[in-house]
Design a protein around this ligand. Structure first.
Ligand SMILES: NC(=O)C1=CN([C@@H]2O[C@H](COP(=O)(O)OP(=O)(O)OC[C@H]3O[C@@H](n4cnc5c(N)ncnc54)[C@H](OP(=O)(O)O)[C@@H]3O)[C@@H](O)[C@H]2O)C=CC1
Ligand SMILES: CC(=O)C(=O)O
Ligand SMILES: [Mg+2]
Length: 572
């Protein structure tokens, strides 16, 4: 069991004590040589999904090495363990699952509808590594698989997402991997293809109606709270139809947040703040003159619009009714207006326009011509929706058009960075949900790096801050503080390059800044229970406190010493 902890790096004397001397080759390796070999193998694989499988298998055999590679090479590994490759992995999850995990080393906790007692028992049984005798998780990411990235209802195949998100908590914010809990709540699937697929591993039934859905989720959350009362819960990739209702119901009851509404809102506000500052200083666009079109009207779009609106209200004293009018929301039927003649979903009503009732705009180009937006934000999962004509028109209207095609994975982005650069005479201010390659301007040779507006910049620090502060809630103000801290976390060099987000290579330093801001806001709001955090009086000290509590694979022998002590004491 314990061999996955250090693998071939375990010293001879320890192998002897543990009675495993002949169970692996004799050579004792350094951590660095283990890493070098693993990276060589990883890089020899061509297909991203092969890299994903290789990493997932490495986690089961040497978890310390798995995280060492991810922490040291996050720019290279984030696209493997997270978007875009995690999207492919989720589509294939039932096909690859038996080769990645099993009850010996589970990938996460699978729950189905059951009564409270049964659920508590199942939850208590879970150990990330069955060799661990105790489990005290600090954070869970839970999905029902109903809206996985922009790929739709993938049922239990969506498990790749809670797993990937928690791996980023470890890599980005130094949460101890032994204290994370990925959860898939299997409520069936409406994905016809999966229901008919002989290899699909989830319940072969369609999803329940709302009454049963909310009742089941309630029982599950109560069971989680009973077993792990202090654990933070991150809702991830629930269909928008339920995401808002769940957040509203549980936000004040348990320490939780919805990453797609609130994490995305915070991260895109950060990029928007830096974009708004940039076009103000370089093109004289007054912040109060922005006109923002959202292409997509789901949980992500509404979450982002609300955060940006808060910024206009707080920083520029714009009254709510006026700030709200800076936004135009578009769904699959066109511009969202109150008199459109259909029954608007609850979450769309707030932004539904009332000032253009004679027109029913359906086409994006017509909407762009009507609104003359300064910014176009895509959260619609419709690839290519930002056509060269639309982008070109934006570049006619604006010296520096802000274009954020944020849908994931990259194949679902509303446009690519290359398309945005080519259609705007290289004047675009750009961020996408999944990283696009840098673009070289042919005439000058200048290389431009696109921004990555992905909630991975916020949720690790947000969760870490709430954990360390032992906050009883994750409030709107804490999320806003996280966003502002991220926007201000760029180094002078990053700012000079015109970036909207900091380099991923600095993710831990950035997460420490975000977490410190979250702790501070929690103290200000009196939701923090940590006396240590409350006693800290300076920002720098708070950042240092947070940084010092980050888990590092290099400083952890993964319990091998305590295993040896245990072994020795049982022999005595
Ligand atoms: N970058 C990041 O960090 C994040 C990115 N995302 C991405 O955002 C996307 C949306 O997520 P979410 O809001 O939860 O999902 P939803 O499926 O709830 O929302 C999609 C929205 O797009 C609209 N839409 C679909 N087709 C069109 C079309 N042809 N024209 C205009 N609008 C259209 C839908 O309209 P209707 O309401 O009429 O069906 C709906 O409002 C996903 O791709 C997801 O991966 C999400 C979270 C974070
Ligand atoms: C990034 C993310 O959370 C999403 O696409 O759903
Ligand atoms: Mg998500």
């Amino acid at each position: 069991m314990y061999m996955h902890t250090l693998g071939t790096a375990m010293e001879t004397s320890k192998r002897q004590v543990l009675g495993i001397s002949g169970l692996m080759p004799v050579r004792v390796e350094s951590f660095e040589i283990q890493k070098k070999r693993a990276l060589k193998q990883l890089r020899s694989k061509q297909a991203p999904i092969e890299k994903y499988i290789f990493m997932a298998q490495l986690r089961t055999t040497n978890v310390r090495l798995f995280y060492k590679i991810i922490v040291d090479h996050l720019e290279e590994l984030a696209p493997v363990i997270y978007t875009p490759t995690v999207g492919t992995a989720c589509l294939e999850y039932s096909n690859i699952y038996p080769f990645l995990a099993g009850p010996g080393v589970p990938d996460g906790l699978y729950l189905t509808k059951a009564d409270h007692a049964t659920l508590c028992k199942t939850i208590r049984q879970y150990r990330p590594f069955p060799s661990e005798s105790a489990f005290d998780p600090q954070i869970a990411v839970i999905s029902d698989g109903s809206r996985i990235l922009g790929l739709g209802d993938l049922g239990v195949n969506g498990m790749g997402i809670p797993i990937g998100k928690l791996q980023l908590y470890v890599a980005g914010a130094g949460i101890d991997p032994r204290r994370t809990l990925p959860i898939m709540l299997d409520l069936g699937t409406n994905n016809k293809k999966f229901l008919e697929d002989e290899f699909y591993l989830g319940l072969r039934e369609t999803r329940p109606a709302d009454e049963e859905f909310y009742e089941t989720v309630d029982t599950v959350l109560n069971a989680l709270k009973t077993v792990y009362p202090n654990m933070i819960i991150q809702f991830e990739d629930w269909s928008s139809e339920h995401a808002f209702g769940l957040l509203e119901k549980y936000k004040s009851e348990i320490t939780c947040f919805n990453d797609d509404i609130e994490g995305t809102g915070a991260v895109i506000l950060s990029g928007a703040i830096n974009a708004i500052r940039k076009v103000h200083s370089e093109s004289n666009v007054e912040p109060t003159n922005h006109r923002i079109v959202f292409y997509g009207a789901g949980s992500a779009a509404i979450g982002v619009a609300k955060q940006i609106q808060t910024y206009f209200e707080k920083e520029f004293d714009i009254p709510e009714e006026d700030a709200k009018k800076m936004f135009w929301i578009v769904d699959s039927k066109g511009l969202v207006t109150l008199d459109r003649g259909d029954n608007l979903a609850q979450h769309k009503i707030y932004y539904a326009r009332q000032d253009n009732e004679e027109q029913q705009y359906k086409d994006l180009m017509d909407i762009v011509n009507y609104v003359r937006p300064t910014a176009l934000i895509g959260l619609s999962s419709t690839p290519g929706a930002f056509t060269p004509d639309v982008l070109g028109r934006l570049a006619e209207i604006n010296e520096q058009p802000i274009v954020f095609p944020l849908s994931n994975p990259a194949t679902l982005a509303e446009c690519t960075f290359e398309q945005a650069m080519e259609s705007t005479d290289n004047r675009v201010i750009f961020a996408s949900g999944t990283a696009f390659p840098a673009y070289t301007i042919a005439s000058t040779g200048e290389v431009r790096t696109p921004g990555q507006g992905n909630n991975m910049y916020v949720f690790p620090g947000l969760g870490l801050g709430a954990i360390l502060a032992r906050s009883t809630v994750i409030s709107d103000n804490m999320i806003y503080a996280a966003s502002k801290a991220l926007a201000d976390s760029l180094t002078p060099e990053e700012q000079a390059r015109g970036w909207l987000y900091p380099s991923l290579t600095r993710i831990r330093a950035v997460s420490a800044i975000v977490a410190a801001a979250v702790c501070q806001e929690s103290v200000n709001e009196e939701s923090a229970q940590s006396e240590e955090i409350k006693a800290i009086t300076s920002h720098d000290e708070l950042v240092q406190y947070v940084s010092e509590r980050m888990w590092s694979p290099s400083q952890d022998n993964y319990g091998s010493d305590s295993l040896i002590a245990l072994q020795k004491s049982s022999r005595i």
